[in-house]
Design a protein around this ligand. Sequence first.
Ligand SMILES: Cc1ncc(C[n+]2csc(CCOP(=O)(O)OP(=O)(O)O)c2C)c(N)n1
Ligand SMILES: [Mg+2]
Length: 365
Amino acid sequence: MPRKNIKIETKIEHLSILDEKGKFDTALEPKLDGDRLMYMYKMMLLTRRLDERLLNMQRQGRIGTYAPVRGQEAVQIGSVVDLRPSDWTVQAFREPGVCLHRGWSINTIIKFWGGYEEGCAVPEGVNDTPIAVPVASQVPHITGIAWGMKIKKKDDVCIGFCGDGGTSEGDFHEGLTFAGVFKVPAVFVIANNQWAISIPREKQTAAKTLAQKAAGYGMPGIQVDGNDVLAVYAATKEAVDRARAGEGPTLIEAVTYRLAMHTTADDPKKYRSDEEVKRWEKRDPIPRFEKYLREKGVLDDKTVEELEADVAETIKKGVEEYESTLDCDPLDCFDYLYNEVPAELVEQRAEFAACLEREGVRTGH
Ligand SMILES: Cc1ncc(C[n+]2csc(CCOP(=O)(O)OP(=O)(O)O)c2C)c(N)n1
Ligand SMILES: [Mg+2]
């Protein structure tokens, strides 16, 4: 028998609307009014400034390890801004922009990075899952939540996030396989920020794009410029509309860059060049969007100044709330994990308790 070609329906588009100089394609430009555009800009700015503040707080010893988001704000705000409150979002651990838009308080976000269990609690009435640190463990949850919506015959959708590194995990494969077969109303957003700690994107997979993985799961895939908030918005809107109409899931690869370190425990200078970072700084999503808004006549120096002041005040209040509601017993870090605490921890605990007493730190034990 001769060999035959099997035709597979697949095409991977790359969508970009707004370029680095602020030029945009009017044919592709989403229809968003001035208020909506300003809200998106404000949320991106709030995410950026909160990120800077949290990095400083970590360096001052006021919170624990922190995973910065600098450079990825457009992926987060562009993809969730049009969701309904009844929709769900599922995040990994680098999505503070999503949390801010969905109604998490700054206090709760800081509590997570401060190591307080209150930071793991999703605010009442918000349809989000808690921050997921185990890489890609959240992907089956995206599918499961969306499957639930389908069973209940709702026209809600579930949008979830995963990193480029996460696409190599078994959970990613399981989640997308199931989503494709059961045609669940899910949107999988891969924040391809080029690095998984020190592993570059090229070593993550030999595939040319991450978007093309969609074909293997029988769902549409698209690659977007993740530093172009308009492109992220447009691609997500298409995917959400399709999901609401019962047409199943979509995989979106958002090409972006982590401008800062992986976490505050990492030194990126050990594995990537300053030139690479500088190249990506030129593609920063915030100044790019700002140029667009100025061109559209919805933003000027005065409004930027007012927004900066407003954002600074919001963050100040959030930090004050965090620091005035700390009910911290440092010895708690030894509790609640083991039924029978191992001998070496008993020893360490006693040593730490003695140290705290010497320093005059109050403990409840
Ligand atoms: C299952 C699992 N393995 C390893 C780790 C350690 N770890 C934390 S983040 C990370 C890299 C994740 O890369 P990516 O998915 O690209 O997300 P990014 O950090 O770039 O946002 C690793 C290996 C973990 N948290 N969970
Ligand atoms: Mg990554």
